[in-house]
Design a protein around this ligand. Structure first.
Ligand code: ATP
Ligand code: MG
Length: 411
């Protein structure tokens, strides 16, 4: 029976001086997700064993898929280090992992140099035994469908069949913090995921314009945050809701149509930036991908970035829509993102936004009204939710208007 999961760290092991810190953080992220008390962790120099002690392996594997910084895993059967025991274990493993139509090969790694048999000798003996006892299985040492690995180590032999990839990247929390601007769309949650994959601890900022936009669009963002919380440190994520309605209304009234989107983006960046500065957050992150919609041009990036020196990272910059959608499906955000509710960038905006905005005009139109106090007011009235994969908040039952929403509180 599979009794443990072998987890490999991959690139983390190349981190030189930081290696210990990175590996510790990866272990912490795993421990947070494996709440079961029966399961134990056996950390080794370059790998980690998760000992199942009879618990369900599938749940553990699902949890591992949400931990960045892990390279791959294998389902392992541990055996005593003597050849007869290894043969028996290999037979059991082969029976459960190799189909009749597949060919297999045994590969031995002899990490324990005191082990009395050579690698080839061990592989041959084990393969011979498997073929003899599982008559329907065929060996093929040149082009096998399945490779059964026998790793002989100091404390026993570890047998497994193949390995499967995990998230890669770095453990969340090893690279500092970023503020993700999150709409209810498909892209920004995927951008948040990629940031987390690179080890960034994210917080989410959403601009909400009820009653211009429906309360369901806020619910959507909350539900997206629940999914993203699976991947982040402590399995919780902060969602900051910005009451954007007043400023939104002002923009619609004061700004010439082609510049509404541009200036709305600049206001969102200013607010996120000021808010991020309160907690020394060094980068902002958004879901833009060049050319995806008419307003996502290099000129637009230029004019948006012009309002702050804080870098705005765009993890999806070079991705095509299809790749982003596939990733969204894989990480579990897609079905929520396509719920049919409008966010504030899809309603009350002009049909023809400028594709080549200029700072000169953006500055000029912004001088027409006192946006600074409105921006300040947004920053001051941000409402923060601490979201976990299982937390619940029903926005519809807490009122439809922005005032009600922000008066109610969450705790
Ligand atoms: P998404 O799928 O993330 O909504 P998009 O392709 O629809 O992206 P835009 O609507 O042009 O792109 O928005 C660009 C980016 O601006 C978004 O990816 C997001 O980072 C940010 N953004 C847009 N609307 C909001 C909002 N209401 N709250 C927070 N951020 C937003
Ligand atoms: Mg959008």
């Amino acid at each position: 029976m599979i009794d443990r999961i072998l987890v490999r760290y991959g690139d983390l092991l190349l981190k030189g001086k930081n290696r210990r810190r990175f590996v510790k953080m990866a272990q912490k992220r795993i421990a947070e997700r494996i709440v079961n008390e029966a399961i134990t962790l056996e950390p080794r120099h370059d790998r980690l064993y998760i000992v199942l002690n009879g618990e369900d392996e599938q749940e553990v594997i699902e949890a591992l898929k949400t931990v960045s910084g892990l390279h791959s895993f294998s389902r392992v059967m541990k055996s005593p280090k003597d050849l007869e025991a290894i043969k028996h274990t290999a037979l059991e493993l082969a029976r459960s992992t190799v189909k009749e139509s597949d060919t297999f090969k045994i590969e031995t790694k002899r990490a324990d140099k005191t082990y009395p048999f050579g690698s080839t000798e061990t592989s041959q003996a084990v393969a011979g035994y498997v073929i003899e006892h599982a008559k329907n299985l065929t060996a093929d040492i040149f082009e096998p469908d399945k490779v059964l690995t026998v790793e002989v180590r100091q404390d026993g032999a570890y047998l497994f069949c193949g390995k499967e990839p995990l998230m890669g990247g770095f453990p969340v929390g090893t690279m500092g913090k970023g503020m993700v601007m999150m709409s209810g769309g498909i892209d920004s949650p995927v951008a948040a995921y990629y940031a987390m994959r690179k080890g960034i601890e994210v917080e989410l900022v959403h601009f909400e314009s009820t009653p211009y936009t429906s309360i369901e669009s806020v619910q959507k963002v909350y539900d997206l945050a629940k999914v993203l919380a699976r991947y982040t440190g402590g399995m919780r994520v902060k969602l900051h809701l910005v009451p954007f309605t007043d400023l939104h209304a002002k923009l619609l009234k004061e700004v010439p149509e082609p510049y509404i989107v541009t200036i709305m983006r600049r206001m969102m960046v200013r607010i996120t930036d000021r808010f991020a500065a309160l907690d020394h957050t060094p980068v902002l992150i958004n879901g833009e991908s060049v050319g995806q919609v008419a307003s996502q041009t290099l000129d637009s990036i230029h004019v948006t970035q012009a309002v702050t020196n804080t870098p705005i990272l765009r993890p999806l910059l070079a991705f095509d829509k299809e790749a982003i959608m596939n990733k969204a499906r894989e990480i579990g955000t897609y079905d929520i993102s396509i719920r049919p509710f409008e966010d504030c960038c899809t309603v009350y905006v002009p049909s023809q936004p400028s594709t080549s905005p200029r700072n000169y005009y953006a500055d000029r139109y912004e001088r027409r009204f006192d946006w600074n106090s409105l921006v300040e007011n947004c920053v001051e009235t941000i409402k923060t939710f601490d979201v976990t994969p299982t937390s619940e908040y029903d926005f519809a039952s807490h009122g439809f208007t922005i005032d009600e929403l922000f008066e109610e509180g969450t705790d």
